[in-house]
Design a protein around this ligand. Structure first.
Ligand SMILES: [Zn+2]
Length: 155
C-alpha cells in the first residue's frame, strides 16, 4: 500500500463521506496522544464509544522526498480506511506541534525511578506477550550460554 501524504489524494482514496467525517473529528480535536517514533505515528482518537481507538500510520519518504502512507490501522470495527485515520492525517498535517517525539518519551522514562519502571514493565507484561517473549528469549539465551560454558570447562 502507498497513499501519497496529500489531502486531495487521501480524500479520493477514502471517499468523500469518510473524509468529511474525519475532518469533523479533526475540527472537534478528537485526536490526542500523538507520538512519532521514526516513521511511525501512533495516536488515540475519541469516537462515539466512551473509550478511544488506537490509530497507527507509517509515513515513509521516497527517494524524491515525497511522503507516502505505507501502512495504516485503527482499532475501530472498520479497521483501516476509517474517519479516525483521516482525523489523524489531518492533525499531523495541520497541527505538527501536537506531536510528541521519541526523545520526549526517552526523557520522560529517564526521569523515572527504577521501581516505577519495573512496575510499568510488569503491568505491560500482563497485557503484552511480546514482553514475555523477550523475557524468555533473554533467559533461555543466558541458560544456553551457561550450559555451553560448563561443557567447555569439563572438556
Ligand atoms: Zn477507525
Amino acid at each position: 500500500m502507498s497513499i501519497p501524504f496529500d489531502l486531495k489524494k487521501i480524500e479520493k482514496e477514502f471517499g468523500m463521506i469518510t473524509y468529511e467525517r474525519g475532518e469533523a473529528y479533526y475540527q472537534q480535536n478528537m485526536v490526542h496522544s500523538i507520538v512519532q517514533m521514526g516513521q511511525l505515528y501512533k495516536a488515540r482518537c475519541k469516537g462515539s464509544q466512551p473509550y478511544s481507538y488506537f490509530v497507527e500510520l507509517l509515513i515513509e519518504q521516497d527517494a524524491k522526498g515525497h511522503k507516502n502512507i505505507s501502512e495504516l490501522k485503527c482499532s475501530c470495527p472498520v479497521g483501516n480506511d476509517c474517519k479516525h485515520v483521516v482525523a489523524l492525517v489531518l492533525t499531523i498535517y495541520h497541527d505538527s506541534h501536537e506531536i510528541r517525539h521519541q526523545k520526549d518519551l526517552m526523557s520522560y522514562f529517564s526521569r523515572q525511578t527504577k521501581d516505577f519502571l519495573i512496575e510499568l514493565l510488569m503491568e505491560l507484561a500482563e497485557k503484552d506477550d511480546k514482553i514475555l517473549e523477550r523475557f524468555f528469549k533473554i533467559k533461555d539465551g543466558k541458560a544456553r550460554r551457561r550450559r555451553r560454558g560448563r561443557e567447555t570447562e569439563s572438556a
